[in-house]
Design a protein around this ligand. Structure first.
Ligand code: HEC
Length: 119
């Protein structure tokens, strides 16, 4: 009886370990390979978080950046003068440290192509 218990415990453990390592392997293969969804890019759900992560530290009232991106209209002013697209997608010197992922760049482009709506 004791042997049987030990055996099933061993089976369970083995299955558990296999399951875990399988999950880890999937996680290892994944990074950077996730799909980039540019079909439904919205200012509120995609662009605002991106700006907060990468731009706002300088582009805020009293910040070092040229332009205050804490409001939509502050961002839109730089979209309208052409500098937003130019600096992020063409010259690519904003943010100065780089740091926008390929997916974030695609999302910015898609949002700008839609006319940079406040949605
Ligand atoms: C480390 C600080 C810093 C960060 C982070 C930063 N910027 Fe800037 N940005 C500046 C400074 C300083 C200027 C003004 C000097 C210049 O034009 O290079 C500037 C200028 C700009 C301009 C030109 C505005 C104009 O009218 O000429 C745009 C557009 C811009 N930044 C967009 C962005 C965007 C978008 C991000 C985030 C993706 C970002 N910046 C992140 C510091 C920063």
């Amino acid at each position: 009886m004791k042997k049987l218990v030990n055996l099933s415990l061993l089976c369970f453990l083995t299955l558990f370990l296999i399951h875990c390592s399988y999950k880890e392997e999937k996680d290892l293969i994944k990074p950077g390979a996730e799909k980039c969804d540019t079909s439904a890019v919205k200012f509120s759900s995609s662009i605002r978080p991106l700006i907060n992560n990468h731009c706002i530290v300088c582009h805020k009232a009293g910040g070092t950046g040229n332009g205050d991106f804490s409001t939509y209209s502050g961002v839109k002013a730089k979209v309208d003068n052409g500098s937003f697209r130019n600096r992020t997608l063409v010259v690519k010197d904003m943010p100065p440290s780089g740091g926008l992922s390929a997916c974030e760049l695609q999302q910015l482009q898609s949002w700008l192509n839609e006319g940079a709506p406040n949605n």
